[in-house]
Design a protein around this ligand. Structure first.
Ligand SMILES: [Zn+2]
Length: 358
């Protein structure tokens, strides 16, 4: 994702500096405004779409978590098991860099599908070809579907690809939110009455290709055309099938694993949906994590839905001194099971309010 998707002006260097000083709330920055690559560069990259180097990541176990970062017992977070989510995070990081159409993302897809199968989730794949600045890439959206008795759908989103930066293993961006959504799938695909919506269907989409594929000098060159491929594909598919009209709310999580988690109200998100979730977080005692300050707009996977008039919210921490964003330092030492548990807890407790909202 990127900050300031609807603005033009600024450079990557400016954006990096702004990120370092955590002062980008009102900055007019743009990740896609750098000078275009030469045709030769484009041709080179097009020929090597799987060029990301293997990860140097060390094996990580739950024992490397500091006591303050541990997840509370699931009984204290509405059944959401932060320790299980953490295992999903560590597993994904262990696959190494996971850009589209690489062996590592194929392993990630197999992992997501095998977990969903274990939980008894009905699941649908959408294999599609994305036309990117580095050539045509095969991508895959994976959608778990928990059927309800009513017409409405609540749609949860995460992306599971990682940015095409060498040695980037994406513990926060994108393993954290994908880990949370896998644990959500376990809870809601199971038959527990505590994790059952009144009548709406709950769909959980694991999206490919959120990141810009064009990377120059280690910086992703985000544009409206080179980003959110999986989300655009899903929104378009649902529009064609007619299901988009049934979607009452889209809840996107992205980069929610930061040890010092701070999630601000994102400017392009639907206000009532933000209010329901932030109200729930406050009631649960997470007022210092779900902050009332505003951020963005942040360009992210919710945008294709917002653009089609669907209620959507982006839960993202993009401003809490996240200097490791899109660098190889986005590793497990930057994220915590506790943060995953808190976001999962808020999601579980927010769903009834989202469903009831009229
Ligand atoms: Zn990213």
């Amino acid at each position: 994702m990127r900050e300031g998707a609807r603005t033009q002006g600024g450079t990557w260097a400016q954006q990096a500096t702004l990120l370092r000083v955590a002062a980008i709330v009102s900055a007019m920055v743009c990740a896609g405004c750098s000078t275009a690559a030469t045709n030769a560069e484009k041709a080179t990259r097009a020929a090597t779409p799987t060029a990301a180097a293997p990860a140097a990541a060390q094996p990580v176990t739950a024992t490397s978590v500091a006591p303050g970062d541990a997840a509370p017992p699931a009984s204290q977070t509405a059944g959401f098991d932060g320790a299980r989510a953490w295992e999903h995070l560590v597993k994904q990081v262990g696959f190494g860099p996971r850009p589209p159409q690489t062996p590592a993302i194929a392993r990630t897809q197999e992992y997501i599908k095998s977990q969903l199968a274990n939980y008894g989730c009905a699941e649908e794949d959408d294999d599609f070809t994305a036309h990117t600045p580095i050539g045509a890439l095969r991508m895959k959206n994976i959608v778990a579907k928990v059927p309800g008795t009513g017409r409405e759908i609540i749609l949860l989103l995460t992306h599971y690809d990682t940015v095409r930066v060498t040695n980037f293993v994406g513990a926060n961006d994108s393993a954290s939110s994908t880990a949370v959504m896998l644990e959500m799938a376990r809870l809601y695909c199971g038959a527990s009455p505590a994790h059952k919506l009144a009548s709406a269907s709950l769909w959980i989409a694991f999206l490919d290709g959120e990141e810009a594929q064009s990377v120059i000098d280690g910086k992703a060159q985000w544009t409206d055309e080179d980003s959110v491929y999986g989300s655009r594909e899903l929104a378009a598919r649902l529009a064609v099938s007619g299901d988009l009209k049934r979607v009452k709310a889209v809840v996107l999580a992205d980069m929610i694993g930061d040890r010092n988690l701070e999630i601000r109200r994102e400017a392009n998100s639907t206000p009532w949906l933000v209010d329901v979730i932030w109200g729930t977080a406050k009631r649960l005692g997470y007022g210092k994590i779900f902050l009332d300050d505003r951020q963005g707009p942040v360009g992210d996977d919710h945008d294709p839905f917002v653009n089609r008039g669907v209620n959507a919210v982006d839960l993202i921490d993009f401003e809490s001194g996240n200097t490791f964003w899109h660098t190889p330092q986005d590793a497990v030492d930057k994220v915590s099971p506790r943060s995953l548990a808190i976001v999962g807890h808020v999601l579980v407790e927010s769903l009834p309010g989202i469903e009831k909202h009229r």
